[in-house]
Ligand binder design. Structure first.
Ligand code: KIV
Length: 267
């Protein structure tokens, strides 16, 4: 058992705002793990791995085996934060039996502590079943990247009817037993309303400053990505540039013969 549980995360609601982050590999997980002060109560092995690890334009090609592999990589190192794993596209939409089996795989084989799936009312029966079986579930509303072919990558729920519908669906997910909810790319005022309407933590990404928590993709926040980034992303570092500087210095040092130096070679 990791230190952070769904119950502990729920207890943060109204007490303190928290940051969460995606992670896909052991080296990165070790950096989180070595931080002091319980900075990241939750780490997500997101299906965004399709973009940032596999080089696809969308997360659609990601399979349950891919998520299991990356959850295992992270989980070997992560001991403190709750390890949340995404149910990828196609792993739960066809029918609830398949969704149930795949969620169990994320827990048993991937070593995840909880699963996340995208969608509102249509997911309620599956979520109830998972929660009854002891699998903690996090919901995901707003821009749901697994529906990108239908909805694109636009800000969602801008009009009043869609905003009301989102709040209703959020309440349904809470009633079904979700311990937390991710809301992606919605107006800030709606992010604030959903957070106020629920007693579970609402984790925003492009949902303004009033949600209970925030989540960002590892590569985006650290500046490892060369891509054009969404408006809501803040680069908190420039590790891409630092890596390129180091790679240039290494190549130059080898080229000019200064690496390896005698102290870096065996007698
Ligand atoms: O896959 C992912 O990284 C996500 C977050 C952006 C919330 O679902």
């Amino acid at each position: 058992m990791r230190n952070w549980t769904p119950g502990k995360l729920r207890a943060l609601k109204g007490k303190r705002k928290f940051a969460t982050v995606t992670c896909y590999d052991a080296t990165s997980a070790a950096l989180i793990e070595a931080l002091e002060g319980d900075k990241f109560p939750l780490v997500l092995v997101g299906d965004s791995l399709g973009n940032v690890m596999q080089g696809h334009d969308t997360a659609l090609p990601v399979t349950i085996d891919h998520v299991i592999y990356h959850a295992q990589c992270v989980g070997r190192v992560l001991k403190n934060s709750l390890l949340l794993a995404d149910m990828p596209f196609g792993s739960y939409q066809a029918n609830d039996d398949e969704g149930f089996r795949n969620a169990v795989r994320l827990i048993k084989e991937g070593g995840a502590d909880a699963v996340k799936l995208e969608g509102g009312e249509r997911c309620v029966a599956l979520i109830r079943r998972l929660v009854e079986a002891g699998i903690p579930v996090c919901g995901h509303l707003g821009l749901t990247p697994q529906s990108c072919l239908a909805m694109g990558f636009r800000v969602q729920a801008r009009d009043e009817a869609a905003a009301e519908r989102l709040i209703e669906e959020a309440k349904l997910l809470e009633a079904a037993g979700c311990f937390a909810l991710v809301v992606e790319c919605i107006p800030s005022a709606l992010g604030a309303k959903v957070s106020a309407a629920l007693s579970i933590p609402v984790i925003g990404i492009g949902a303004g400053a009033e949600t209970d928590g925030q989540i960002l993709v590892w590569q985006d926040l650290l500046g490892l990505n060369q891509n054009r980034l969404a408006k809501f992303v803040r680069r908190f570092g420039n590790l891409g540039e630092a890596a390129q500087t180091a790679l240039n210095q290494y190549a130059d040092a080898v080229g000019e013969g200064s690496y390896p130096a005698p102290a870096e070679a065996y007698e």
